[in-house]
Write a new protein. Structure first.
Length: 207
């Protein structure tokens, strides 16, 4: 599965907690490759078409987006700005991005999609992306990332939830994957929770 290319998902971000606690997470956390290597879920991503790979990833994740978000928040309290199901060298992980109360850095938390266990986390202080601005935009939201995932769950397996950040955050972008690997994008309004189709459904190229 290819991760969404919004600003939020492009940041290798994870949850922030203030003061000494943030330091403790940064020291004890793992980088992406080591966390992915410990995932209990493996998927075949070589020599298969996009649709087959997408379907295998969605099926392999017995821990859904809501559960992954809950696990990440238990590990690192804050506001989730994105959760993406992604494979790294055949190992599947949930990448969850969270901003904590200090809103001065991003924390990236990886959750095992088979067990719900947090595999690791790290802090990313990217000077080009301001977590305080995104946190402020989400502060008045009535719909959380978890709410957005729940609202769209009947339409397919949720494989990505991201705050759409093109300068002003107004919707959650949610991606679903069907049993045949077809992916579809949805928008969930931050305040009303209304679900709308982002664009027409397309079947991934199997070439």
């Amino acid at each position: 599965m290819k991760r969404r290319t919004t600003l939020i998902s492009a940041i290798a971000a994870v949850a922030l907690i203030g003061g000494g606690a943030a330091t403790a997470v940064a020291v004890s956390g793992d980088d992406d490759s080591s966390a992915a290597s410990k995932s209990s879920v493996s998927v075949k991503d070589d020599g298969v078409g996009d649709a087959q790979e997408n379907a295998a990833e969605a099926k392999g994740a017995t821990i859904g987006a809501e559960e992954a978000i809950a696990a990440a928040l238990k590990h690192t309290p804050g506001v989730v700005t994105g959760a993406d199901l992604d494979s790294d060298d055949g190992r599947l992980v949930w990448d969850v991005d969270v901003i904590g109360s200090g809103a001065t850095a991003w924390h990236h938390v990886e959750v095992d999609p088979g067990t719900g266990k947090v595999l690791g986390s790290h802090v990313d202080r990217d000077e080009d992306d301001d977590p305080a601005r995104v946190a402020a935009a989400l502060k008045g939201a009535s719909t959380s990332a978890s709410d957005a995932a729940r609202a769209v769950s009947a339409k397919g397996t949720v494989t990505s939830v991201d705050a759409d950040d093109d300068g002003s955050v107004t919707v959650w972008e949610v991606e679903t994957t069907s049993s045949n690997g077809t992916q579809q994008d949805w928008n969930v309004d931050l305040r009303s929770g209304a679900v709308t189709l982002d664009r027409p459904s397309t079947t991934p190229d199997d070439d």
